[in-house]
Design a binder for this molecule. Structure first.
Ligand SMILES: [Zn+2]
Length: 211
């Protein structure tokens, strides 16, 4: 599998400023977004921070042939969803996406619709608003990640991390290759969660942690 990091920063995207000692002109300026491609050309997006704006532009250049990437959210904090309004493939009515998150007790679609109310952004997430407010026209099917994902070649599972309002780490297993994206996690506060994560991480070849 191949993994490309479109965004790695936490909280806020950061404009480059050498004078301030922040070197983000080439990389590191956008918030969380990863793009994973399996050996069988199945594609997954992990989180949609501001890095997803650039990913969306790249996807426009690549014929999708009706196979859009599955989108997985570790959680719904601002830095993991703030690229959605600028994700260009969401504006194409011919596209249909499957969106996954750990929902209980909250629903991912409701949250994403709420944060794109007209008071915050002039284009709605999934349903046109009153008074002619348009929406992002791509089809979006929302799923609880509860049972994980099993495709022809890859198995996706998850484990809860320690983070306000909940968050998950994702494990992608393709034959003997295991990649883990750790989600936001605060170590050393809940030993039982740390222990479960340590077991979850076992056998992985690459772990990327957002801490
Ligand atoms: Zn967070």
């Amino acid at each position: 599998m191949k993994i490309k990091f479109y965004g790695t920063r936490g909280s806020f995207p950061t404009a480059s400023s050498e004078a301030r000692g922040i070197y983000t002109l080439k990389w590191g300026g956008n918030t969380t977004c990863l793009y994973l491609t399996t050996n069988n050309s199945e594609n997954f997006i992990i989180d949609a921070g501001t890095g997803s704006r650039l990913l969306g532009m790249d996807l426009l250049k690549t014929p999708q042939n009706g196979k859009t990437p599955k989108i997985l959210f570790t959680h719904e904090h601002q830095d993991h969803v703030e690229g959605i309004p600028s994700f260009a493939p969401f504006y194409n009515p011919d596209n249909e996406f499957h969106v996954y998150a750990k929902e209980n007790p909250r629903k991912i679609e409701e949250l994403l619709r709420e944060r794109q109310r007209v008071e915050f952004f002039p284009v709605a997430y999934s349903i046109p608003g009153v008074d002619g407010v348009p929406c992002m026209t791509a089809g979006k099917m929302h799923h609880d990640i509860e049972k994980g994902i099993l495709t022809e070649t890859v198995e996706v599972s998850y484990c809860a991390t320690n983070h306000p309002d909940g968050c998950v780490a994702y494990k992608f297993r393709e034959r003997n290759n295991i990649f883990i994206f750790g989600g936001d996690h605060e170590f050393d506060l809940k030993p039982e969660v740390d222990d479960k994560l340590a077991q979850f991480y076992e056998g992985s070849k690459i772990i990327a942690l957002d801490t």
